[in-house]
Structures are given as C-alpha cells and as structure tokens.
Design a protein around this ligand. Sequence first.
Ligand SMILES: [Cu+2]
Length: 146
Amino acid sequence: MIKKIITLAIILGISVSIIGLFLSSLNSEETISEDYNSEEFSLQNDFIIPPDVVMPTKVSRPGCDIEDICYIPSIIVVEKGDSVTWLNEDSSFHSVTSGFYGEPSGLFDSGYLDPYEYYTLSFDEFGTYDYFCTLHPWMKAQVIVE
Ligand SMILES: [Cu+2]
C-alpha cells in the first residue's frame, strides 16, 4: 500500500512538472512573438521617417565631390534645437563625423552606418558644423544652425 502511494506521488510529481514545462514554453513563445511584432513595428516606423540628408549611391568612389552631392543636401540649415536625420542609401558603409578628414572635431560621430541605416542628431547650439566620412576623404558637408 505504501509503495503504491509513493509510486502515485512520483507519477503525480512528474506529470505536474511536465505540465509546468509545457506551460512555460508556451509563455516564452508568446514573449518571442510579441518581441518580434514590436521590432517589426519599429522597423516599419523607421522607414516612415523622411531623412533630411541622404548619402546617395556610388559616393564610395571619388567624383561626388565635384558636384558636391556626396551628402544631399551638402549644406542643410536648421533652427536651434532641431534634429537632423541622415540616411545611408548607398550599399557601402559611410559615417557622419564632425570636423574634417584627418581632423575630427570630436563633437559627433555616427560610426560606420550600414546600408539603409539612419543617424539622428539634435543641434542645440548655433554654429556651422562641418562633417565628413571617415572612410571616404572626398565626402564632406555642413550643418548650419541658425
Ligand atoms: Cu563614405
């Protein structure tokens, strides 16, 4: 009789833990799909943001500097407190780095922007901000805050 009770208790214990595992795996699946949905949502939102400045295709080779179209527009004028959003539309990496090639000013640096990556900065001080691409010396432009 005692053996039967012990066996029953063990079986009950095992089935409870199996049900517990099953339920917890269901829960984690739900969490993953929620995460995925919110990621998808923010991704869609990202593409809705109209960029202020784009790095167009083929600027990774010299020549865009002749017509000053390495960043379009090459000079953007904003008001104090405004933000500027860049979009790398090229298939190469590019950066938005303050200063001049070989002389970064250290104010901002996007790092390498992947194709179709955005970079946003807000400008809270008046001034003319020269910037360049750390990978392509011919790529340079300005943000003017009035
Ligand atoms: Cu570049």
